[in-house]
Write a protein that binds this ligand. Structure first.
Ligand code: AMP
Length: 252
């Protein structure tokens, strides 16, 4: 209990267990204690994950397959129809606003079992065209790579990371399917995807990838779409107004 002491000089306070202190000293002491408590509380909050935003990268498999046409990968020779009309997930990448990114943040490797409940969605929305059968040697390789390089920097667990990426799948505007094997105007494509979409092309004009940016919580959960920072926008490599939409190689 704190009480003013009748016997004490004016402007002083008696604190039980402490010697008589002046009001000024008492206030100063209280201020220091309060500040220390606030600082302690702040330091108890979970530390902000070490990045600024996510880049969600979606790739166009017919172009990826054309670039690697000599490989004869099964997903390229026997693609799902969905991959003709939709770009699919390449990765969910933690990034800094200066356009650089952290990578391979921990040595934790992907436990294939943790993503088994998501497998049917992964096969459609995040395909590894190099290996389509779960028994194939390289089946998990693409996801293992994305987890090690990018996921380990997200602050999320493995299931949460892949689940979050699927949740933030960016739908493809009809314009792409309508012009499969043809051309679209860059302006129209940008408008259909929404501003601040970054378009990536092979040889300046073949649509290969699109990137959008997402905010992130302090725990690393992706949030709603945000404008990409300037250095990320500068990754736009589609320099022609006419953008070409590749098609999968015809199988005879
Ligand atoms: P990143 O380092 O995140 O840019 O990923 C590049 C790696 O992912 C390369 O090894 C590519 O061959 C591989 N990759 C990209 N797209 C696919 C895909 N659709 N299927 C299989 N591997 C892919």
């Amino acid at each position: 209990m704190i009480r003013h002491d009748d016997d004490a000089d004016e402007g002083s306070i008696k604190v039980p267990g402490l010697k008589q202190v002046s009001t000024h000293r008492f206030l100063l002491l209280s201020l220091i204690i309060i500040t220390m408590s606030v600082l302690k509380l702040v330091s108890l909050r979970p530390p902000k994950v070490g990045f600024d935003l996510y880049v969600m990268s979606m790739s166009y498999q017919p172009e990826f397959c054309y670039k690697n046409r000599h490989e004869g990968w099964p997903g390229c020779t026997h693609p799902l129809d969905f991959w003709k009309s939709h770009l699919t997930i390449h990765g969910l990448w933690p990034e800094y606003v200066d356009g650089t990114w952290p990578q391979f943040c921990t040595p934790e490797i992907l436990d294939n079992e943790t993503i088994s409940p998501l497998l049917s969605q992964m096969e459609q929305y995040w395909p590894n065209v190099k290996a389509l059968e779960p028994t194939a040697k390289h089946f998990y390789e693409f996801w293992q790579h994305e987890w090690s390089k990018h996921g380990t920097c997200s602050g999320l667990g493995q299931k949460e990371y892949f689940g979050a990426a699927l949740h933030h799948f960016v739908d493809t505007p009809n314009l792409v399917a309508q012009n499969y094997g043809g051309v679209v105007n860059k302006t129209d494509l940008l408008e259909a995807y929404g501003h601040h979409t970054v378009l990536v092309c092979q040889a300046k004009q073949w649509l290969s990838e699109i990137r959008i940016c997402l905010g992130a919580t302090t725990e690393g959960e992706p949030l709603q779409r945000v404008a990409c920072p300037k250095p990320t926008e500068a990754e736009d490599s589609c320099q022609e107004e006419q953008i070409r939409i590749a098609r999968f190689p015809e199988i005879q």
